[in-house]
Design a protein around this ligand. Structure first.
Ligand code: TXA
Ligand code: MG
Length: 348
């Protein structure tokens, strides 16, 4: 099946394909999503099949009207509803997925991975909001990459993984943010748990909810992590290109790069911010992450995919950022992609 690139004036066709149970990838402000209509179990199943995604990893439901959050969530206590309303008013449309109890009879078990909760978000992208409206029902939308690969931040990434395998992709510019939405669990009264860090930070959430305790559940140490909610998806290996990925803080990165032989250099590519790249003599293959944490976060997935079709490159040396609040999303994604976590690569 040829995969169609739907233009702005072809959204009706894209919506029709979705209503017929086909898969259409769509742009958002974070990454591209692999869309299927959320009330068709067969269509939703084919999303898992196309991605090769484990069936216990639930999907996010994308809505076009903020009020729909309350249409699809089960009974909320007054306190949880107040938190939900504040988050919606402050951050939607935008890169925040809110986990709520699911209303019985709205979504099948394939959407929720059999959980009693569902993750819902209203993306900040006019084409996709219009696509959802035209389709007439919310869309599930995991990131539009093969399971385990870096998330797609442009149409070419989507086609690289799915050309000929899905009905189409809505044509759009590369995404604005570059990492997936922040996922929060608000089902525990008085508490908000961050299950996946994103552009909306712990600080942003705490500011919007001064009376609530906001906890980054991805940071709690292993021994007490059992008490904290988790996103099923975060336990899987993720974001990995076919090369080995070494994440190294700037100083270690420079030390490592300078110690490589010309042969080793020829097999490596460096993905880093400009300041580091400017000192990378001897490397033919580099990818710029720009100047700051925002540009680095924006470019990380594109960098991890940049040498996909280059057989010479066997190792990616990627700049890690220090453990600071504003670097949370970047560090979370790069650490999952990396084989060394943060140590030095083994020398052969
Ligand atoms: O920015 C995004 O969120 C993108 C765009 C396309 O919207 N979508 C995305 O979907 O990243 P996906 O499927 O790649 O990631 C969804 C994450 C997974 O880690 C999943 O386990 C978690 O959200 N999740 C979904 N429903 C959940 C639930 N009911 N409870 C806990 N975690 C949930
Ligand atoms: Mg994903």
């Amino acid at each position: 099946m040829p995969t169609k690139c739907y233009q702005v004036d072809e959204l009706d066709q894209a919506a029709q394909a979705l209503r017929q149970g086909q898969l259409v990838a769509f742009p958002t402000e974070t990454v591209f999503g692999l869309g299927a209509i959320a009330n068709n179990e067969e269509a939703v199943k084919s999303v898992y099949q196309a991605k090769g995604r484990p069936s216990d990893n639930p999907l996010i439901v994308h809505i076009a009207k903020a009020e729909d959050l309350f249409r699809f969530s089960g009974d909320l206590s007054l306190e949880v509803e107040r938190v939900a309303r504040r988050l919606v008013e402050t951050f939607w449309p935008g890169p925040l997925t809110i986990i709520v109890p699911v209303r019985k009879g709205t979504f099948g078990p394939t959407v929720t991975g059999g959980l009693q909760t569902v993750g819902i978000r209203m993306p900040d992208h006019p084409l996709t909001l219009s696509l959802i409206q035209k389709t007439g029902f919310p869309l599930v939308g995991p990131s539009a990459n093969l399971s385990g690969k870096p998330s797609p931040t442009c149409v070419q990434h989507v086609l690289h993984d799915f050309d000929g395998k899905i009905a189409g992709v809505v044509d759009a510019d590369p995404t604005r943010i570059g990492v997936e939405s922040t996922v929060v669990d608000i089902t525990h009264p008085g508490q908000v748990y961050i299950l996946r860090p994103g552009a909306i930070t712990e600080k942003d959430l705490q500011k919007a909810l001064p009376e609530i305790e906001v906890t980054d559940a991805t940071r709690v140490i292993q021994s007490d992590s059992l008490e904290h909610p988790k996103a099923p998806g975060m336990k899987y290996r993720h974001y990995s290109p076919h090369q080995e990925v070494y994440a190294l803080l700037p100083e270690e990165l420079m030390k490592t790069l300078h110690s490589l032989t010309p042969d080793e250099k020829a097999k490596g590519a460096v993905i880093a911010r400009d300041q580091v790249l400017s000192q990378c003599e001897g490397f033919a293959k580099t990818f710029s992450l720009g100047e700051n944490v925002k540009t680095a976060t924006h470019g990380l997935f594109a960098g991890l995919r940049a040498f996909d079709d280059d057989d010479q490159v066997q190792i990616l040396y990627v700049e890690q950022l220090p453990d600071q609040a504003e670097n949370r999303a970047y560090r979370n994604r790069l650490s999952k992609a990396a084989s060394n976590k943060e140590g030095l690569p083994p020398r052969s």
